[in-house]
Write a protein that binds this ligand. Structure first.
Ligand code: ADP
Ligand code: MG
Length: 756
């Protein structure tokens, strides 16, 4: 009863998984736990939910599909809805900040964290007839825990006479961690290997490994585009800034020029493109932006000799080399090469349609990568590792692999975090190479030597659970009455030290008692979809007039990178990054205010920034406000959603609070409120305080000037610093409380407030 369009049907027929539908369904019907392994692009994510739907699994209950990444949950739900000709009311998604699920939802894509939260209120997951854990090879913490929990839930549901199917889907990596783990599954689950239609990919190693991999990526891409036959290019770099840097460079060397496209393909085909063309002209998604570009386009028609569609970006971004390791590579010295080739390539090569892809990018812009490039153009996508496994980009023929990935490190004892750029694993490099052979034979250019690959690359990257604090997980498990977390059937267990420090921190917070049992406060904390220390701040803010502020602050602290340090993309603006940055710093200092307000420090800046952004949003000017004041637009939107979610969570869980609402434009806190907020901050982050290092404490030979902004944090040997952007640099309070310490070239505190 699913009616698919002809076009979709044909695309599906090309997937080898389709001919196996019957045998896959037979195996699922006869087994309660099944592993489906197959290379990326073989059709697991888009097809298996449809098989289940057509076999009747969504008649009485829902089909759940978990994804480790929000991008994938959203885009896969859209793709499957489209393939099945159903609306998002039936094929829906649910992620931390939002969702479109309804009571008619049949197939629900969600992030693994969201399903784990659902488990807290419905341990048997009774809404679902099937749970599909997708991308299990990524080894995200939540998917790992879900595997452990579901290994126990499936037999329980069976005993109740209401069976639940568990399907674990994975690339063909490291399957043994799941299937030959007797603590997890006494009887190894049935494995279905899906054949994949992989074309050969020729791997080319560099003879030598260059120091500057970004510059090398630029060069290689230039060569591919100028010399090699048509076919999309996919470039892997490590982070958002690198993506944007490279996109700008490539757009400069190979500008997208509409005239070109017209010449090659005639007026008719370009016309259809024109409606979408504005997306690349500037970087605005809102109505305002669209209107503006409409105006621009009309101008183009009147004055055709001015090429406003040339979206190369004037000027280069400057990066502060003091605080970001990435920047060395980014401050480019290749201006000259780029300019040289500009002349040669502009005349001889067709335009390149260059698009960025990373998880912080708005969903709407992410979707552009699935659309075909304008006629006569070659598609080029510069991506972080989101394109490694979870998203399949059509028609990639060339992969350029820097071999690098960015890893968030954290010190298991001190909790200090930092980002380092590392070689990725052999498994990841092979995944990346595989992206070139989905639709035709391809080539992968590895920007490192085969010796480096063989000798330095690890086989696999370690699972995430061994690389981050497990406090929230520990508390959630305790709340599910898992007493001995140490004995939990993890696919790969976290380090004992991680579990111990998590337990210790939860005891300090008061979420666990001395014996390690969950307290009432701990239960309240665990209800909130934020870290336990923020949950405690919410649970403590009983006073109704304070709650909206705590909610706003916790929401802002829980979303990454709200306040930018340098412009992400100077979209069309000629103003250089440095002056933007100075302006932002001045604004932030003004937002911080004086007295009690200033003592809240970076937190006051966050509160005011969110308030001002909402004020602008109500007047339809959010996008511009964010750009002018250095806020990340997507972050502001996420904060708003999280505020709503936290508010309804409070209504449901905190007894005498029932009439709080979210007032996006709430007035700034009074002095008294600011003071109370500071106490609440301290209650959540009491273990994260630091004391100013006084001149007389300096050892011989230590320069005073270097320690002007230095503090000593509890149990850390090295000093920690107030960052250049911190508003408390002016007052240098003796004691401060901070959100976290991160390491670049020095240790810096983030989210700093003064203590009395
Ligand atoms: P797997 O989960 O095995 O990696 P998918 O089910 O994600 O595979 O993808 C199967 C095929 O569907 C891919 O080859 C891809 O080309 C196509 N596809 C997936 N998402 C989209 C989309 N949004 N638009 C067009 N094609 C898509
Ligand atoms: Mg998939």
């Amino acid at each position: 009863d699913v009616i698919r369009s002809e076009e979709i049907q044909q695309a599906r027929m090309k997937l080898p998984i389709l001919v196996e539908e019957q045998s896959i369904m037979e195996i699922i019907n006869e087994n309660h736990i099944v592993v489906i392994a197959g290379e990326t692009g073989s059709g697991k994510t888009t097809q298996v939910p449809q098989f289940l739907y057509e076999a009747g699994y969504a008649l009485k209950k829902q089909i759940a599909v978990t994804e480790p990444r929000r991008v994938a949950a959203v885009s896969m739900s859209q793709r499957v809805a489209e393939e099945m000709n159903l609306s998002h009311r039936e094929v829906s998604y649910l992620i931390r900040f939002e969702g479109n699920a309804t009571e008619n939802t049949k197939i629900k894509f969600m992030t693994d964290g969201v399903l784990l939260k659902e488990l807290q209120t419905d341990f048997l997951l009774s809404k679902y007839s099937v749970v599909i854990l997708d991308e299990a090879h990524e080894r995200s913490v939540y998917t790992d825990i879900l595997i452990g929990l579901l290994s126990r839930i499936v037999p329980l549901r069976l005993k109740k006479g209401d069976p639940l199917k568990l399907i674990i889907m994975s690339a063909t990596l490291r399957l043994a961690d799941f299937i030959s783990n007797e603590r997890l599954f006494k009887v190894p689950p049935r494995v279905i290997n899906v054949e994949s239609r992989q074309f050969p990919v020729i791997v080319h190693f560099n003879k030598r490994t260059p120091d500057n991999y970004l510059k090398e990526a630029l060069n290689k891409t230039r060569k591919i585009h100028s010399k090699l036959p048509e076919g999309g290019i996919l470039i892997f770099v490590t982070g958002q800034r690198e993506v944007n840097w490279l996109v700008q460079k490539l757009r400069k060397v190979f500008p997208f020029n509409k005239k070109h496209a017209v010449k090659e393909n005639g007026a008719k085909s370009t016309k259809s493109r024109e409606n979408e063309g504005e997306e690349t002209v500037d970087d605005e998604d809102d109505d305002e932006g669209v209107k503006k570009t409409h105006r621009k386009r009309r101008k183009v028609k009147i004055v055709p000799q001015i090429d406003l569609d040339d979206y190369s970006i004037p000027g280069d971004l400057e990066f502060d080399s003091e605080e970001d390791g990435e920047s060395d590579q980014l401050s480019s010295d290749d201006e000259q090469d780029a300019a040289e080739s500009e002349d040669e390539s502009r005349v001889t090569t067709p335009p390149l349609w260059t698009l960025p892809l990373y998880s912080m990018l708005s969903i709407h812009k992410q979707r552009r990568v699935f659309q075909p490039p304008p006629p006569g153009c070659r598609l080029c996508i510069v991506s972080t590792n989101v394109a490694e496994t979870s998203l399949t980009i059509p028609d990639v023929k060339y992969v350029v692999d820097t071999g690098k990935c960015k890893v968030k490190l954290y010190d298991k004892v001190t909790g200090v975090t930092g980002h380092v750029v590392h070689w990725c694993s052999k498994a990841a490099a092979n995944q990346r190479a595989g992206r070139a052979g989905r639709t035709q034979p391809g080539h992968c250019y590895r920007l490192y030597s085969s010796a480096v690959f063989n000798d330095t690359f690890a086989e696999h990257s370690p699972p995430e659970i061994q690389q981050k604090p497990v406090d929230d997980l520990y508390l959630q498990m305790k709340c599910m009455n898992i007493d001995k977390v140490v004995n939990f059937p993890f696919p790969t267990a976290p380090d004992l030290m991680q579990l111990k420090t998590a337990e210790q921190r939860l005891k300090v917070l008061g979420a666990l008692d001395e014996k390690g049992n969950v307290t009432l406060l701990g239960r309240a904390i665990s209800k909130f979809p934020v870290l336990p220390r923020y949950g405690k701040m919410l649970a403590l803010s009983h006073q109704q007039d304070l709650l909206p502020y705590t909610v706003c602050l916790v929401a802002a602290l829980s979303v990454q990178e709200v306040l930018l340090e340098v412009p992400i993309v100077s979209s069309g603006s000629i103003e250089d990054a440095k002056s933007a940055r100075q302006r932002w710093t001045a604004t932030r200092q003004r937002w911080a205010g004086q007295g009690q307000s200033l003592m809240l420090g970076d937190n006051m800046v966050l509160l005011k920034a969110v308030g001002a952004a909402e004020f602008a949003a109500a007047r339809g000017k959010l996008e511009r406000f964010c750009e002018e004041n250095g806020l990340r637009h997507k972050a502001v939107v996420e904060i708003r959603k999280l505020r709503m979610q936290l508010t309804s969570c409070i209504k449901d869980n905190v007894p005498d609070v029932d009439d709080i609402t979210v007032d996006p434009e709430m007035p700034p806190p009074t002095d008294l409120q600011a003071k109370l907020l500071r106490q609440i901050l301290l209650a959540g982050m009491g273990d994260q305080v630091a004391k100013k290092i006084m001149p007389d404490e300096l050892k011989e030979g230590e320069e005073k000037a270097k320690f002007k902004y230095a503090y000593r944090a509890n149990n850390m040997e090295e000093p920690v610093f107030l960052h250049q952007g911190c508003v408390l640099r002016k007052t240098l309070p003796e004691y401060v409380v901070f959100q976290e310490i991160y390491e670049t070239n020095k240790m810096y505190m983030r989210g700093v407030a003064a203590i009395e």
